[in-house]
Design a protein around this ligand. Structure first.
Ligand code: PMP
Length: 285
């Protein structure tokens, strides 16, 4: 990803893609003092752009730093980066981190907070699975207790267990892994929230130990408007046996049907297809 043409917005300026570098003693690289957003631009408009910028600022605060740009400035930075790269349909990665400064220890209050925005074309996050139904492994790693890590921050540190879980899943021929939380309840995939269907109702885990995704909230609203009951509750993994359909939601994942989790199978049913199609229409409208 580093060797390509284009521009990246870095600390207030558009720089050449290949020149958007940081020093190896960057605090974030050593201590995960970094937060990020994943957004998608459809037909020239970023879906729920402002919510993503607000979440980025909030994630920074949750890991104890203040991004030195306002939400309006972040919005302008994203627009400028899309324009500079001539993209109207793209994935947008806005991120902020503690840079190099006076401190090389764990404390970093004297190190500057830096920010960048990169945009690129990114098709289906799960490839073919988008239509056929993704196959998920069940992760060994669990989402931490909110008293152990700031679960509602989209913070780099929370992705260490996600990367390890996804590597294990891919080695088994799966597209992703379903993770449990610290209590053993079903939580989410490594970068997407999860939904189940049973007897015409939808069930989805309560987001009390993982990110309450913007796509998740959008899909819950879509279902509610259709008159479909959404049960947000704690779900035990042994309940998977009784669920008929399953899908994942996320900015990158959009609405991706799930065909299998461990030994449990799901059909790519009518409601799953309907929600996937309606989401696609909504983001482009
Ligand atoms: N959970 C995790 C761990 C994620 O990384 C993401 C992607 N940001 C999501 C859920 C879905 O969030 P959103 O719908 O806001 O993209």
């Amino acid at each position: 990803y580093d060797d390509r043409d284009g521009k990246i917005w870095l600390d207030g300026q558009l720089v050449d893609w290949r020149a958007a570098n940081v020093h190896v003693l960057t605090h974030a690289l050593h201590y995960a003092s970094s937060v990020f957003e994943g957004e998608r631009c459809y037909n020239g408009k970023i879906f729920k752009s402002r919510e993503h910028s607000e979440r980025l600022v909030q994630s920074g605060r949750l890991i104890d730093f203040e991004i030195p740009y306002s939400v309006d400035e972040i919005e302008a930075a994203k627009e400028a980066t899309l324009k500079a790269n001539n993209l109207t349909d793209a994935y947008v990665r806005a991120f902020a981190w503690r840079g190099v400064g006076e401190d090389m220890g764990v404390a970093s209050a004297r190190n500057p907070v830096r920010m960048a925005v990169a945009v690129w074309s990114w098709g289906n996050y799960y490839g073919d699975a988008k239509m056929k139904g993704a196959k998920l492994d069940i992760a060994k790693w669990r989402r931490p207790d909110p008293a152990t890590a700031p679960s509602q921050a989209k913070a780099a540190g929370l992705y260490m267990i996600a990367t390890m879980s996804k590597h294990t899943a891919e080695a088994k021929g799966c597209s992703d892994a379903m993770m449990m939380d610290y209590r053993g309840y079903v939580a989410e995939a490594t970068g997407a929230n999860i939904f189940f269907v049973k007897d015409g109702e939808v069930h989805t885990p309560t987001p009390d130990a993982f990110l309450n995704g913007i796509t998740r909230q959008t899909v819950i609203q879509m279902l509610t408007e259709k008159g479909i009951k959404v049960n947000e509750r704690h779900i035990m993994p042994d309940e998977l046996e009784g669920f008929e359909q399953c899908w994942l939601t996320g900015t990158a994942a959009e609405v991706t049907p799930v065909g299998q989790i461990g030994d449990y199978n799901f059909e790519v049913g009518a409601l799953t297809r309907e929600i996937a199609e309606e989401y696609e229409k909504l983001v482009r409208s």
